[in-house]
Design a protein. Structure first.
Length: 379
């Protein structure tokens, strides 16, 4: 690809190790938020919404500053085990009397389950792969307002302005490519990947992921449903795109040269380069369209939660220094709080130029699922 600026290529480099539990430090804040719920629900170790120690700030505090976690918390996760379980394990290791009961499934399955269970859901927290699922729960009135310090700490661009959910880490849609198989410039328009003949039989994507479905919803919002339908149809019928069920698998296939180009999240390529700096994979970005959408994985506390106060303190841990360092240094994602630096050559959002987009507009995930099913882009 060379240094041609139209390619929007962003070389990937190695990342530092995940910040150790004892080594992380952050700004210490004085607990200043009043309790919202009070009283402590059945089985909840805390009497109010907290903070139980220091309040969360926009510059990440340390776990040492927060309240100790104890008891059991049930988390429904739309993120895969390999993406988030190491952080859950680190939190459990930090507190002898704390256990996270995990339920892993894809975003849509978890969303459907929460809706079906309603007030009887055993889940305290929904940890989602994409903000669209949280926006859907907000629309249906199934999540609580988060604590004031959590709402205030996270940038409005990465959270719900009404405070019902917060992003935990960010990622950008990107173009993954094999550096040995692909030496031409890559388009900065996502529609070109469905239209240009040179991508026929060499392009791939992962249509069952929450972030891909959010990408389709964003395309509908930005370009209209007809344009989104035509893009999907062209990828299936004209480009014969290879469809993967896993993002890691897709990235590995690109790195191995079995696929020349793939549309996915930027961090999948980053993980490969972290383990092998000489890997044959790199990334490029489109410009100001759905193809470079910035989205967040995020957290919401369910109205059905038996332990909302414990869930609130758990959320502070996800957003504290150690949690944010994990997302940046291990997962290759973007932090949602200040005070955590990007690592290596991870490009800033100003350099990528994603479209300005209200993440609550991604709530209609079912619309994307229906469109993908209608056009045969399923695995």
């Amino acid at each position: 690809m060379g240094d041609d600026p139209t390619s929007r290529s962003a070389p990937l480099t190695s990342r530092r190790r995940f910040l150790g539990l004892a080594g992380a430090t952050g700004s210490v804040a004085v607990a200043g938020c009043t309790g919202i719920l009070g009283g402590g629900d059945d089985g909840d170790p805390f009497d109010d919404y907290g903070p139980q120690g220091a309040a969360l700030e926009s510059s990440a505090v340390s776990w040492d500053d927060l309240g100790d976690l104890e008891g059991e918390l049930t988390v429904y996760s739309g993120r895969t085990r390999d993406q988030i379980d190491p952080l859950f394990e680190a939190i459990e290791d930090a507190y002898d009397d704390f256990t996270i009961n995990r339920d892993y499934d894809d975003n849509s399955a978890q969303l459907n389950k929460i809706n079906e269970e309603g007030e009887g859901s055993p889940a305290d927290v929904f940890y989602t792969q994409s903000s669209g699922a949280l926006a859907s729960l907000k629309r249906d009135g199934l999540v609580r307002t988060l604590p004031e310090d959590v709402i205030g700490a996270v940038d409005d661009n990465y959270s719900d302005p009404d405070g019902t959910w917060t992003g935990a880490s960010g990622r950008v849609r990107a173009v993954l490519y094999n550096t040995d198989r692909w030496e031409e410039d890559l388009p900065d328009d996502v529609f070109a990947y469905a239209e240009e003949e040179r991508f026929c039989d060499v392009i791939s994507t992962r249509p069952n992921s929450g972030t891909f479905r959010s990408f389709i919803v964003a395309m509908i919002e930005l370009e209209g449903e007809d344009a989104a339908r035509e893009w999907i149809r062209a990828m299936v019928e004209d480009q014969n795109a290879t469809l993967y069920s896993g993002g890691s698998q897709q990235a590995e296939e690109v790195n191995a040269g079995n696929q020349a180009v793939g549309l996915g999240n930027q961090y999948y390529a980053g993980r490969i380069v972290e383990n092998d700096p000489d890997a044959s994979i790199d990334i490029a970005f489109t410009d100001n369209d759905a193809g470079c959408l910035f989205n967040v994985s995020g957290v919401g506390i369910l109205k059905a939660a038996d332990r909302p106060n414990l869930a609130a303190e758990f959320t502070r841990h996800v957003l504290a220094a150690q949690g944010q360092e994990f997302f940046v240094e291990v997962n290759g994602e973007y932090p949602v709080l200040d005070g955590v630096d990007y690592v290596g050559d991870l490009p800033t959002l100003d350099e990528i130029n994603p479209p300005a987009f209200d993440l609550n507009a991604l709530a209609d995930v079912e619309r994307a699922v229906d469109l993908l099913r209608d056009e045969g882009m399923t695995v």
